[in-house]
Ligand binder design. Structure first.
Ligand code: PEP
Ligand code: MG
Length: 586
């Protein structure tokens, strides 16, 4: 019998959140650990238990090696004695049977994955430490968590076989929060949906979920505590609704909706090789946003004209160490060769804020989104930046590559970046390594300052791309990852639409090509407005390409322009929405 066919007899209720990735999933809840560490929980088949225990032992061994390394480095660095004492405590925790052995008993007893077993044991130990009268001992609970974090990272670096087939496709992950690195880790493992308490619709976690093509709802506030393991869920990623234990009628209704969406998607496939032109014959470029080379298949299947945004930092988010030049070169070359002559826009590392990498710009910061991130971080880490630029340039010998610089705001950032690129080119020339000497360099317009000073940037750079996700965050002072303010994050705020239109107009005046690569480019209700502003280059996650193409094919530019002018003349959000609704109804 189909595990999802049977309606539950438990209490049915609905949770409202923010729609983060479209589509409908009907799936069993799979809770992600409630501990500081968010790890997935899944069953291990009887014949895989020994292998899972061995995987745990390997992770412990890997962390031992890390500690030994740190110990050696401390000797040569003349580190203060407190560091040594601190390390000794961690070593003791790691080697104690409570942590080194007990999780294996849990794996065997509960037939669960090692990450889950070790976090369960961590929770038990933390509770025990908290009972101590002695303050020093009570505080050691934090050390237990830190050691377990290392073990879990070691485990995730080499993940076990996740359940395959139906068991996985019918699971919806329910977590308090997931980091972009967690979601990337799940990328190879096709869950049916994501549901989180935290986050906003344009948080990187939501963006990756969207690129996976699975429905996601975020900002649910307390789904993790209300939903129980294996409860049946309907995840409606179109309206931001999660229905827990639906009754038979609701279930039947959603199955129908799911089927009609599937048919709609199938129909859209006819447009794959159709050129996107408006009714009046104006051509529009439709590019794809990707995070990993494995996203290439989706770009080709959906007829992308090129890659408008390769978020290169996602390649390495789940790693402990920095990627080598050769590793990066291979990744970039795979993408550019896979695109077969079509342009590939590689954004240089946009690390920092919610995309942290151990050892890089990850010092505590009150306002990480305003701190050392993106191009600021790259310029502060010349070795990291040069390594990436050399790798991109080397890959440019294999196809059409463009370099895109994130978060430009100041003139010197562009000047310095261009100087870095010139130096990387000079090095490669001296070494006799091939590259495209005319590789175009562009900048992301995602800070209001960049819009206002756009004529300057247009003069210095070959192309521009509006990152609306950050542009909205920085214009409205809304943290895009914070569920408490997610409802105020508004792509139709009068100030946002004016800034986007202003950037497009200024770039046209300077004769510099401009695209939108933020999530606004893939929002169906905004397509005609953006066309009306003069946008002719959209970049979005591949799954959205055909839907947007269909809208362009049925749009009249003169109608779009008339409505866009009206939208730009008002500061009344209700009027903006009204004009847009009329435009979309045409
Ligand atoms: C943006 O900010 O709109 C953008 C495309 O970049 P990211 O979402 O990766 O910050
Ligand atoms: Mg951005």
């Amino acid at each position: 019998m189909n595990a999802l066919a049977e309606p539950s007899h438990k209490i049915s209720f609905a949770l409202h959140g923010v729609a983060a990735a479209p589509g409908i999933a009907i799936a069993r809840a799979q809770l992600v650990s409630n501990a500081t560490l968010e790890v997935a929980h899944y069953d291990i088949a009887d014949d895989k238990v020994e292998a899972e225990k061995a995987r745990f032992d390997n992770a412990i061994a890997a962390v031992r090696v890390q500690f030994e390394d740190i110990h050696e480095r401390m000797k040569s660095d003349d580190a203060p004695a407190e560091f040594a004492a601190f390390l000794d405590v961690h070593w003791m925790i790691l080697t104690d049977t409570q942590l080194a052995q007990e999780p294996k008993r849990i794996i065997e007893e509960q037939r669960c994955n090692a990450e889950w077993a070790v976090t369960q044991q961590m929770n038990t130990l933390v509770e025990q430490f908290k009972q101590f009268e002695d303050t020093y001992l009570r505080e050691r609970a934090n050390d237990v968590v830190q050691v377990v974090e290392r073990i879990v990272k070691a485990l995730m670096g080499k993940a076990a076989d996740l359940p395959k087939g139906d068991a996985l496709h019918t699971s919806a992950l329910v977590a308090h929060d997931l980091s972009p690195a967690d979601v990337i880790h799940f990328k190879e493992n096709a869950f049916a949906a994501f549901v989180t308490d935290a986050g906003g619709a344009t948080s990187h976690t939501a963006i990756v979920a969207r690129s996976l093509g699975i429905p996601a709802v975020v900002a649910l506030h307390n789904a993790r505590s209300l939903v129980r393991e294996a409860e049946l869920l309907i995840v409606d990623g179109d309206s931001g609704l999660v229905i827990v234990n639906p009754d038979a009628h609701v279930l039947a209704e959603y199955k129908l909706k799911q089927e009609s969406q599937r048919l709609e998607q199938q129909k859209l496939k006819r447009l794959v090789s159709t050129r996107a032109v408006t009714i009046d014959g104006t051509a529009v470029d439709l590019n794809a946003n990707i995070e990993l080379p494995t996203d290439l298949a989706g770009c080709l299947e959906n007829g992308a004209d090129g890659i408008g945004l390769f978020r290169s930092e996602f390649l390495f988010l789940h790693r402990e160490d920095l990627p080598t030049e050769d590793e990066q070169f291979e990744a970039y070359r795979t993408v550019v060769e896979g695109m077969n002559g079509r342009p590939v826009t590689i954004r240089t590392f946009d690390l920092g804020a919610d995309k942290r990498m151990p050892g890089l710009g990850d010092r505590p910061s009150e306002n990480p989104a305003l701190g050392l991130r993106a191009i600021r971080l790259c310029l502060a880490e010349p070795k990291l930046f040069m390594t990436q630029l050399r790798a991109i340039l080397r890959a440019s010998a294999f196809g059409s590559i463009r370099i895109l610089v994130p978060m430009i705001a100041n003139a010197h950032e562009v000047t310095q970046t261009l100087a870095f690129i010139a130096r990387a080119k000079a090095e490669l020339t001296a070494q006799g390594v091939a590259y495209d000497q005319y590789v175009p360099v562009g900048g992301m317009v995602e800070i209001p300052a960049a819009v206002i000073s756009l004529p300057y940037f247009a003069e210095q750079l070959d192309f521009l791309s509006i990152g609306t996700n950050d542009l909205i965050q920085y214009t409205l002072a809304i943290d895009r990852t914070d569920d408490a303010v997610a409802h105020m994050y508004d792509s139709l705020h009068p100030a946002v639409v004016k800034l986007v239109a202003m950037a497009i107009k200024a770039a046209q005046k300077a004769d510099t090509p401009i695209a939108v690569c933020g999530e606004m480019a893939g929002e169906l209700r905004l397509t005609r407005m953006l066309l009306g502003f003069g946008l002719r280059n959209f970049s979005m996650h591949p799954k959205q390409l055909l839907t947007i193409k269909q809208r362009i094919l049925t749009s009249s530019l003169s109608d779009c322009e008339a409505a866009a002018n009206k939208i730009l003349k008002t500061d009344d959000p209700v009027k903006i929405r009204g004009t847009l609704a009329k435009l979309n109804a045409l």
